[in-house]
Write a protein that binds this ligand. Structure first.
Ligand code: WT7
Length: 660
């Protein structure tokens, strides 16, 4: 995307109103005065070490204390709280029970077909311990990577926490990824164990997870995977492989419901989570225990203004970082009641979300702009049928929210009494970085407002120079923070290149580049403008154009491909692919369908191109580089502007215009 334009997405609706929190909300919020907020910021600025030290001590329990808050010796491979001994499940479960909260509901789960369950903190701990003992019984040891490929059922949470209990890092792979994508992730992480289900219910369909695991293993992951544990969910017939596959319920049946938490080092791995980048295959983002525990805990507490009786619901999937930090670890570490829903809204059931809010009296609701836009499109009559009085705070995440959707959310869902927290962050940041604190910050629709205390951001140009007010530039983070990623699994070079060496700085070192463009307005509000690299966001799902191109090129008929994002009212962006075919292959609508299917097979349904344009040639520079800028304009149906003098053959443009 270009940075010289002002943020177009934020200008869809001229909306200059500012929304301070209501008096009632502000008076009751945990951080309630500007003074308190500014004082936190000041403390963090003046003495970051002391700032993080005091929160790490007051918010997190350690088996043995840390001595070093931040070790920068090998920067940007930072280490946090390095001597500390910890287990995140102790902080998420045991400590609340010790304080007498054992009977509090930890998890409310609503199944897609209408079944539901609740677990208290005590019950959750028992489930986690049984699962932990079961994992041990099949040979999972501290340090072994366990892949979790599951639907949104309680066992997904049990599995994650069971891994953390015994010190085995998890790698959760979103259930919407294909067997090919799963295979790549299994092999890259060297995952010896997989926990999956016989299927999952999604949008009136059953997703066949176990079949995908079988296919991934058959097509190459057999060199790493030893055991597969299968949760029974759909009761559909699946085949079980002797000596490799085990039923979860049989394995857990006779396990003890007690399991001491493994004493872990602060910097031991908690999980790997794969995310898309601009080049190459998805990268395994590594998070470690101590820093991540503190950051997911503290951000949850600050941003969602937690109260004892809150019912909190984040609609994400545990296969994404949002699910990790704000369905599982953040809420549980704070002793909150967290709701998990197996389904996603679909045309046949657009009231499902609001029915759940009404049924459980949800008070804090966190979702994605793409969902809000879908609700908006289907009309306010649907949410208006439900009692949404219990809601007191609303959040959004994943992509910029257009002011129109923001206002609708505030009005129709929040009845104009709930503040909205627009939270900017990434898989790599572990937790939220930029967001209003709901009791303090006056919000502007479409702006994520200000960085949290302890987070220092700036908007710069490619040379690292600060840009002028309201000018677009690259969003950078100037100081390390506890929840930051530690590296890319197996590829520390890529960690350095992607995040720390992209922008050339004069003098300043160890500055983190997020991959996003942004501007800061005259009041200091931050407006995120979207990715500046070749990463696109479809319904808030992050995909690298290169991943999709590789998938297309792996098809026997495709010679070359270039993928771009096109703005979409509902999904934010959709995928448009330009492909040229191998000699002697003719384009046809069947081939286009086949190519779409092929991409779904290689990556998953989220990567399905909206449009595929077949052309003899693609616009290239004389040095052979595809000029994506031109393709983006073509896909958007815009005039091609800017310099095209480097184009090797300008007649390509005319042909492409006809085809697009
Ligand atoms: C990218 C990170 C963080 C959890 C969900 C996505 C975009 C995220 C916002 C927001 C504008 C946002 C950015 C970021 N993004 N939140 N509030 N406003 N853009 O995690 O898959 O790692 O994607 O999502 O472009 O870089 P992710």
């Amino acid at each position: 995307m270009s940075l010289d334009k002002k943020n177009s997405i934020n200008n869809i609706l001229e909306e200059s109103r500012i929304f301070p929190p209501s008096k009632k909300f502000a008076e009751n919020s945990n951080i309630r005065s500007q003074k308190e907020f500014l004082s936190l910021k000041k403390q963090a600025l003046n003495n970051p070490t002391k700032f993080w030290e005091s929160f790490a001590k007051s918010e997190i329990d350690w088996f043995e204390p840390f001595q070093t808050v931040l070790d920068s010796d090998n920067a940007p491979f930072f280490k946090w709280f390095k001597e500390g001994k910890i287990n995140i499940t102790y902080n998420c479960l045991d400590r609340h029970i010790k304080k007498g909260l054992g009977a509090k509901t930890a998890l409310i789960w609503e199944g897609e077909p209408g079944d539901s369950k609740k677990y208290t903190y005590e019950e959750l701990l028992k489930e986690v311990c049984k699962a932990a003992n079961a994992l041990k019984s099949i040979g999972v040891k501290k340090g072994d990577l366990v892949c979790i490929y599951m639907p949104m059922i309680p066992e997904a949470m049990f599995a994650m926490l069971a891994c953390a209990r015994i010190g085995a890092p998890h790698s959760v792979v979103f259930g919407g990824f294909s067997s090919e994508a799963l295979k790549d992730r299994l092999i890259d992480g060297n995952a010896r164990f997989v926990i999956t289900a016989d299927g999952g219910f999604r949008k009136d369909k059953v997703i066949e997870l176990k079949q995908a695991v079988d296919a991934a293993i058959e097509s190459g992951a057999d060199k790493v995977v030893e055991k597969v544990v299968v949760v029974q969910r759909t009761k559909k017939n699946i085949s079980m492989v002797d000596d490799r596959d085990l039923w979860w319920h049989e394995l857990l049946k006779d396990q003890k419901d007690q399991c001491e938490p493994e004493v872990m080092n602060s910097e031991d791995r908690l999980f790997i989570l794969y995310t898309s980048g601009s080049t190459g295959k998805p990268k395994g983002v590594v998070h470690t225990i101590g820093g991540y525990n503190l950051w997911s805990h503290l951000t949850f507490k600050w941003i969602f203004d937690l109260k004892d009786d809150d019912i909190y619901w984040c609609t994400a999937d545990v296969g994404w970082i949002t699910g990790h930090s704000y369905i599982v670890y953040g809420p549980l570490s704070n002793g909150a009641t967290t709701l998990m829903y197996e389904g996603v809204p679909r045309p046949s059931n657009l009231g499902a979300f609001w029915e759940i809010v009404q049924k459980y009296k949800v008070s804090i609701f966190y979702t994605a702009p793409t969902a809000i836009r879908a609700f908006m499109k289907s009309g306010r009559e649907i949410p208006d049928k439900y009692n949404l009085e219990s809601l007191r705070l609303l959040g959004t995440v994943g992509e910029p929210i257009n002011p129109e959707a923001w206002i609708w959310y505030k009005d129709v869902i929040g009845k104009n009494k709930c503040p909205i927290v627009d939270t900017w962050w990434q898989t790599e940041t572990g937790g939220v970085m930029i967001s209003p604190l709901p009791g303090v910050v006056a919000t502007k629709p479409g702006s994520a407002t200000f960085p949290l205390p302890g987070i220092e951001v700036e908007i710069v140009d490619k040379n690292g120079d600060k840009v002028e007010e309201n000018d677009g530039g690259y969003l950078i983070i100037k100081k390390p923070w506890p929840g930051m990623m530690r590296t890319i699994h197996g590829n520390s070079e890529r960690y350095l290149e992607s995040y720390w060496e992209y922008i050339s700085f004069k003098g300043e070192k160890n500055v983190y580049f997020a991959g996003d463009g942004a501007r800061i307005d005259e009041d200091g509000y931050i407006w995120i403008m979207g990715r500046v690299d070749d990463v696109i966001s479809v319904s808030g799902h992050r995909l690298g154009t290169m991943e999709i191109e590789s998938a297309l090129v792996s098809h026997k008929s495709v010679a070359e491909s270039a993928v771009v994002g096109k703005k979409d009212d509902l999904k934010g962006e959709v995928i448009v692919a330009f492909v040229s075919l191998e000699k002697d292959v003719n384009g046809s609508s069947e081939l286009v369908e086949d190519l779409k299917k092929h991409v779904v097979h290689e990556i998953g349904i989220i990567a399905k191109p909206e449009k595929i344009i077949i052309s003899d040639s693609l616009p290239k520079t004389r040095s052979g580089k595809i000029m994506r800028r031109i393709l983006r304009s073509l896909a958007a149906g815009e005039e091609i502007s800017g310099d095209i003098s480097t184009l090797e053959d300008s007649s390509v443009l005319e042909k492409l215009k006809e085809l697009s």
